[in-house]
Design a binder for this molecule. Structure first.
Ligand code: WTA
Length: 598
């Protein structure tokens, strides 16, 4: 920190306006890099494990990482980047991604990482919303046995992104790549052209923006959640240290993608702020086989392993023989994030991976919270399967009833809110503060509303039940039902659609689409395929509906509102109690929908 703060906190949840550590001057990368270069230059900062088992892993020391970040920062400067610019990063899980993120922070540019599974169309929305001027990408992406041409997606997007003037391209797959002269540059050439291996860190105010990360809500297009420099830094460093108990010679592995908040906070910033060794894995859990995670844990002697319930459930389904060849004895703490972990998966994880000796940290948090909010601390708090547990010290969660009253005591269930700010609470949604107020601070006056429902058990442990809004959590990825509907309505066959989530054995929730079609006589399989492909094309593969039911009408009230409650029941396969359907315009449509359920 270059200057200490004048005031720790000022806040109100009405506007909302939250400021932490006002008056402080800092650059987060000095705490991630320079500080450790002084005390432990040769410690490994990043272990990179390739998608391909035959490619050697990379070990990058703090000193090397510092130098690579400075060079990358100088590349960005060479291309005109400056403090306050928005830079879009669309990359696979290669070291250049972490380096690009840190290089932006180094020069005070605001990074907006977009998960590289999103479509060109989704990329356009995000680049346009933030008016990014530079895109950092790669020729392709190695994913299991496939290579995905990332630069092609960027090229397609940039036809509709006039704000972008420069594209920096990492060579990841040796793909033949179209380069537009004057706009596109190979990163390795640019790096080679830099002679200055130092780049002084830009001094930032505590509340200057550090990054934007887009996330889905119940309405409209994804919104850019904004995090600022000091508060985010402090909270992520604090939670990383206390939740994972990562010792000085430990190896920490979070399997998320840096395209999601989990990767931002617990692959990049948290571990590096604490001078830890963070493992970055390029591949997927099932390549070359379903033992890959366990092989990587043994290979690099991973001590803390942090993954998602969907991965646990899918590996569990492959059978225990994939674990047998590995001893996993290095593990000390194992974690879960992104969606509720069901008891069966929790028990399997505890027994087979944690060998009944590793505490499980089931961490509840959100893109908007920046860091972990609720989890039982290992060795301190009691554990209970499928329960995230206690709030992190300093966090004040509450459960509200439908009338907005706080539920007191234990053994209660309600809407999960937080009543006091923490350092890494979102500050705004980029370019639209009113939307931030509406979404998070207007449902319940003077509370931050999470969008989740939760239960506090008889001992005070929290169990997250799931979203109470129109957001589906598919394999730990948030997606708004409205977003999927808008996308599939683009299919040439679809007149109207309604999308809901349903319980899915592996993904947690699957996407169930009810569609009214124009040409009902067409081959239904063909229509279904087209609907799926349209969703993939417009949003990305993660938005592809798992089930599609062709219907002649949707259950609408007289005012034209779709009664999603009914559709959810049908999708769940539980039509015993559909509740009051008398307000429907045409109740007979419900019968048809029940009969045709897929
Ligand atoms: C859900 C991911 C149950 C929740 C860090 C939340 C969870 C949304 C858990 C945020 C958990 C996350 N148990 N549910 N341990 N962790 N969720 O923004 O519904 O991608 O609102 O952040 O995931 O997803 P996001």
């Amino acid at each position: 920190m270059a200057k200490k703060w004048d005031k720790v906190l000022s806040w109100n949840f009405t506007e909302p306006n939250v400021k932490w550590f006002e008056g402080a001057k800092l650059n987060i990368t000095e705490n991630c890099l320079d500080r450790h270069v002084e005390t432990q230059p040769d410690k490994i900062a990043i272990i990179w494990e390739s998608n391909d088992v035959n490619v050697a892993s990379e070990h990058i020391t703090y000193k090397q990482l510092h130098e690579r970040v400075c060079i990358m920062a100088n590349v960005l400067k060479k291309h005109g980047a400056k403090k306050g610019d928005r830079i879009c990063i669309y990359m696979p899980m290669i070291p250049q991604l972490t380096i690009a993120v840190l290089a932006c922070a180094r020069i005070g540019a605001i990074h907006s990482v977009v998960f590289a599974g999103f479509s060109a169309n989704s990329l356009v929305d995000r680049i346009t919303d933030a008016t990014c001027n530079i895109v950092i990408t790669s020729d392709g992406i190695n994913r299991g046995g496939k290579q995905i041409p990332a630069k092609k997606v960027v090229d397609e997007a940039l036809q509709n992104c006039p704000s972008v003037t420069k594209v920096l391209v990492a060579n990841c797959c040796n793909l033949e790549t179209q380069m537009t002269a004057g706009r596109d540059y190979w990163l390795h050439d640019e790096i080679a052209s830099i002679t200055d291996v130092n780049c002084p860190a830009e001094m930032m105010d505590a509340e200057d923006m550090l990054f934007i990360l887009y996330t889905s809500g119940s309405t409209g297009k994804p919104k850019g959640v904004v995090h600022t420099c000091a508060g985010y830094m402090v909270y992520v460093a604090y939670t990383f240290a206390n939740v994972f108990k990562c010792g000085n010679s430990d190896v920490f592995w979070c399997t998320a993608d840096i395209g999601w908040v989990t990767g931002h906070s617990y692959i990049v910033y948290g571990p590096l702020l604490q001078g830890a060794t963070t493992l970055m894995f390029e591949g997927v859990p099932t390549h070359p086989d379903a033992g890959r995670f366990w092989a990587v844990i043994d290979k690099h002697k991973v001590n803390q392993f942090y993954t998602a319930p969907t991965a646990i459930r899918s590996l569990m389904a492959f059978g225990d023989e994939w674990i047998k060849p590995y001893n996993l004895s290095s593990l000390k703490v194992i974690g879960s994030v992104g969606e509720p972990i069901n008891e069966e998966a929790w028990n399997w994880y505890h027994k087979n991976i944690g060998k009944e000796k590793c505490p499980i940290v089931d961490t509840w948090w959100q893109t908007e919270t920046g860091g972990i909010m609720i989890t039982s601390l290992p060795g301190i708090h009691p554990q209970r399967a499928a329960h995230a547990g206690f709030p992190i010290p300093g966090i004040q969660p509450v459960l509200l009833d439908g009338a907005g009253q706080e539920l007191q005591g234990n053994d209660v269930e309600g809407y999960l809110c937080v009543k006091f700010p923490w350092p890494s609470i979102l500050r705004t949604t980029y370019g639209d503060h009113e939307r931030c107020r509406q979404t998070y601070f207007s449902n319940y006056k003077d509370y931050y509303f999470t969008g989740d429902g939760a239960r506090r058990d008889e001992h005070g442990l929290y169990r997250i039940i799931g979203r109470v809004d129109d957001v589906i959590n598919v394999s730990g990825h948030r997606i708004g039902t409205a977003e999927v509907e808008n996308a599939i309505n683009e299919s040439e066959y679809v007149i109207e659609s309604a999308v809901v989530g349903y319980p899915h054995d592996i993904k947690g929730q699957g996407i169930y689409a009810f569609v009214i079609c124009k040409n009902i006589d067409s081959n239904h399989d063909h229509i279904r395929t087209d609907v799926q492909e349209t969703a993939s094309r417009i949003i990305g593969k993660l938005a592809r509906p798992d089930k599609i039911q062709i219907v002649s009408g949707l259950p609408k009230t007289r005012s034209g509102k779709i009664m999603r409650r009914i559709l959810r029941k049908v999708a769940e396969g539980d039509t015993t109690n559909l509740g009051d359907t008398t307000t429907l315009l045409d109740p007979s449509v419900v019968e048809e929908i029940i009969k045709g359920a897929v």
